[in-house]
Design a protein. Structure first.
Length: 344
C-alpha cells in the first residue's frame, strides 16, 4: 500500500468552544482521604531502620508491601530490604525535597480527584472506587511505570488504594527530566506531561482501565480508533472541566490543529484505504504515543487515532441521545462506526 503523505498540520490555530451538559454531582457521596507516604518514608530513622519500617508497616499495611515489592523491587530478605531502603533514601533525598516544595499542599488535587470520582459514581453507581490516595516517590525505572497504559504516569491501584508517584509530576521544566539518561526512559513528548495538572486525569485513566478492558488484537484500525475514542469520551465525562489538551495529552496547538483539520484528517485515512487495515505496523503509526504522526506533518500529534475515534463516538452519542455511558461501552466499535455515519 502506498500512502499519500499529506502535511496537514502546517499552521493554523483556531480557538474553539465546547458546550457540555454537565450534571451536578456535588451531592454524590464519595469517601476519599490522602496519606503522604513519602513524608513518613523519607523521615524514618535510618539508624533504627528495622523498627522504623515496622512503624510504616503498621500505618500502611497494604501499600507498604506493594511499595517494597513492586515499586522498589526489593528482595524479600529483611537485610536486603533494609539496605535497599537506605540506598533509595540517600539517592532520592533531593527529589523528596523538591516534591515537598511542589506539593506542600495536596488539597486542591485531592478535591479534583474527588470530583472526578463523584462523576464516576454518578454514571456508574455500582462501581467500587478507591477510598484512599497515597502519595509516594518511586525510582525512575520502576517497571510498572514503563508498562502502564498512561505512559509512565506513576499511578497505580491496589483495591481501595490509589498510589500517586510524585517524582513523575514535578513540572515539565524540572531539570532532571532533560537529563540524557532519563530522556532515554521518558522522551520529551512523554515528560512534557510530567506536571501536577495531569495527575487527576492519570488517576481517572486508571479507573477507566478498570471499568473498561479493551481488546484490540486483530481489530481493524477504525475499530481501534473507536475503542480509544470510548476511553476519551469516558474521561471527558469524568473530568468535564479539564482542558481537552490535558485529556488527549496533545499540546494545545496540536489539539486545535486537529479540530480545524478534522475533515482533512478523515479524508487522509479514507484516501489511503487505512480504516480497515489490520496490519500492526501500520496501526502503530496512528495509535501509539509519539512526538507526531509523520504522514500528517511534524506539527501533528502522535496517537492521532484517538482523536478520530473520539469524534466518531461523540457523533454516535449525539445521534443516540438516550444512550448512557454503560450503553456506549456495551456497543461494539463496529456497530458504532456503521451507525454513526461519521463524515466531518
Amino acid at each position: 500500500m502506498k500512502k499519500i503523505i499529506v502535511a496537514i498540520f502546517l499552521f493554523s490555530i483556531v480557538a474553539c468552544g465546547n458546550k457540555k451538559n454537565i450534571p451536578d454531582v456535588s451531592k454524590v457521596q464519595v469517601q476519599l482521604t490522602t496519606q503522604r507516604f513519602e513524608q513518613d518514608f523519607f523521615t524514618i530513622d535510618t539508624t533504627q531502620i528495622d523498627a522504623s519500617l515496622q512503624v510504616l508497616f503498621n500505618k500502611y499495611p497494604v501499600f507498604m508491601v506493594d511499595y517494597l515489592q513492586n515499586i522498589l523491587a526489593s528482595n524479600p530478605q529483611p537485610d536486603t530490604i533494609m539496605q535497599n531502603v537506605k540506598l533509595f533514601i540517600n539517592a532520592y533525598s533531593k527529589i523528596y525535597e523538591t516534591t515537598q516544595s511542589t506539593f506542600a499542599n495536596f488539597n486542591t488535587i485531592e478535591k479534583e480527584i474527588k470530583q472526578g470520582f463523584q462523576f464516576v459514581k454518578y454514571y456508574f453507581p455500582n462501581y467500587t472506587l478507591p477510598t484512599q490516595l497515597v502519595t509516594y516517590i518511586g525510582p525512575w525505572d520502576a517497571m510498572f511505570m514503563l508498562s502502564n497504559n498512561t505512559s509512565g504516569s506513576g499511578v497505580m491501584r491496589d483495591d481501595k488504594i490509589m498510589g500517586i508517584g510524585l517524582q513523575l509530576s514535578l513540572g515539565n521544566n524540572f531539570p532532571l527530566y532533560k537529563d540524557g539518561a532519563l530522556q532515554a526512559l521518558y522522551p520529551a513528548f512523554i515528560s512534557k506531561r510530567f506536571d501536577p495538572k495531569y495527575i487527576t486525569t492519570n488517576v481517572l485513566n486508571v479507573i477507566i482501565d478498570d471499568l473498561y478492558t479493551t481488546r484490540n488484537l486483530g481489530k481493524p484500525l477504525v475499530e481501534q480508533m473507536i475503542e480509544a475514542g470510548k476511553r476519551l469520551y469516558l474521561l471527558d465525562a469524568f473530568v468535564p472541566y479539564t482542558a481537552d489538551s490535558i485529556k488527549t495529552g496533545y499540546t494545545q496547538a496540536q489539539l486545535e490543529g486537529c479540530i480545524k483539520n478534522e475533515a482533512n484528517i478523515w479524508n487522509f485515512f479514507v484516501t489511503n484505504d487505512l480504516l480497515f487495515t489490520t496490519e500492526p505496523s501500520i496501526i502503530k503509526d496512528y495509535m501509539t504515543d509519539a512526538p507526531n504522526t509523520p504522514a500528517l506533518g511534524e506539527q501533528s500529534p502522535g496517537n492521532i487515532g484517538q482523536f478520530v475515534g473520539w469524534q466518531i463516538v461523540k457523533q454516535w452519542m449525539k445521534k443516540n441521545d438516550t444512550k448512557k455511558l454503560e450503553d456506549l461501552l456495551k456497543t461494539s466499535a463496529k456497530e458504532i462506526f456503521e451507525t454513526s455515519k461519521y463524515k466531518p
